[in-house]
Design a binder for this molecule. Structure first.
Ligand code: IPM
Ligand code: MN
Length: 367
């Protein structure tokens, strides 16, 4: 198979983790006999520096041509005081919208080898296995009107939380379909005791549930969800929520697994005529400028995102499984970065990438 993949390393540690992730992708292509066609583009702060725009037209064209896009991270401190439309983050929002990737899947699971890295007691976190389905192209991130208006005592700011019925329906279907391949449970998260937006969300999700008789649905308010994630994370299977709530809850979920550096994500939209999902794959951690360029970043979130890409965009389930297996093996061997608090000397970003490639080769030989 020809794997036509666009790499967008972006800013900060994005560059280092994508370097390792693309090594892993090359190793997989090699050992499973796929042809790898890589292109590379600019997004985020580096794109602003080089072209003046966080999401240049050239990057848009490359993304529309690629079968899948693998992204590192965006964000640089020098843009902290810039207006939203001049910030690196706007590039990320732009590419999500252009690709129409409305469902962001963030799997949160506890690995045995990392159980002591979790801030929760072992017995609380052991066995946690959920997937957060975050709506990604609507809500407060995109709603209009938006802006800061007026001046002096009348200065005010507006953001708009807007959802259409069809935007809620399509992401809800995604969540129910995923749940039907897992433990058949969807928990929809909203703030319907206060927001009309959430009232529509809850009503539409309940209607969609009628199509999936094997899946149970419960609703939970977002504040309570934040609490239940640390009190009883095992109660969750598929968590379905809107854009901003999902952004916040997934960072909370990420640390349950030991480190935010572990979390991959897959952002998918509709299927292409070929049957493949349009997909954008990125680790959940940000650009972490404080540790950028030092070889300290954990590449496993990015490498897990490669596995998700193989699975969703290319339907290569065996290849994805090989990557997940290699991640598990490297965790068990303790060749991990400092965020995972290894017993011995922490490994560097590149050493973890190499360890994954070695584990893949060993598996290929024994298979
Ligand atoms: C994420 C990030 C982004 C988001 C930022 C960088 C715009 O926090 O992917 O979770 O808020 O979606
Ligand atoms: Mn986030």
């Amino acid at each position: 198979m020809r794997l036509n993949v666009l790499l967008l390393p972006g800013d900060g540690i994005g560059v280092e983790v994508i370097r390792e992730a693309s090594k892993v992708l090359a190793r997989i292509a090699d050992s499973f006999g796929h042809e790898l066609a890589l292109s590379e583009g600019l997004l985020g702060g580096i794109a602003i520096h080089q072209t003046g725009s966080p999401f240049p037209d050239g990057t848009r064209d490359l993304a529309l041509k690629a079968d899948a896009t693998l992204l590192g991270a965006v964000g640089l401190p020098e843009f902290d005081n810039a207006p939203p439309d001049k910030r690196p983050e706007r590039g990320l929002l732009g590419i999500r919208k252009v690709l129409g990737v409305y469902a962001n899947l963030r799997p949160v699971r506890s690995y045995r080898a990392l159980i002591d890295s979790s801030p929760l007691k072992n017995e609380l976190v052991d066995g946690t296995d959920m997937i957060i389905v975050r709506e990604l192209t609507g809500g407060l991130y995109y709603g209009t009107p938006r802006g800061i208006f007026g001046s002096g005592t009348t200065e005010h700011a507006v953001n708009t939380m807007a959802y259409t019925r069809s935007e809620i329906e399509r992401v809800a279907h995604m969540a129910f379909q995923l749940a039907s391949k897992r433990r058949n449970k969807v928990t929809s998260v909203d703030k319907s005791n206060v927001l009309e937006n959430s009232q529509l969300w809850r009503r539409v999700v309940t209607e969609v549930a009628a199509d999936y008789s094997g899946v149970t649905l419960d609703h939970i308010l977002v504040d309570n969800c934040a609490m239940q994630l640390v009190l009883n994370p095992k109660r969750f299977d598929v968590v379905l929520t809107e854009n901003l709530f999902g952004d916040i809850l997934s960072d909370e979920g990420a640390v349950l697994a030991g480190s935010i550096g572990m979390l991959p994500s897959a952002s998918i939209g509709d299927k292409r005529p070929s049957g493949a999902w349009v997909g954008l794959y990125e680790p959940v951690h940000g650009s972490a400028p404080d540790i950028a360029g030092q070889g300290k970043a954990n590449p496993l979130g990015a490498i897990g995102s490669v596995a998700a890409m193989l699975e969703y965009s290319f339907g290569l389930v065996d290849e994805a499984r090989a990557v997940y297996g290699a991640i598990e093996q490297v965790l068990n061997n303790g060749r991990v970065t400092a965020d995972l608090k290894p017993a011995g000397k922490p490994a560097s970003t590149a050493e973890v990438g190499d360890a994954i490639c070695e584990a893949l080769s060993a598996r290929a030989v024994s298979a």
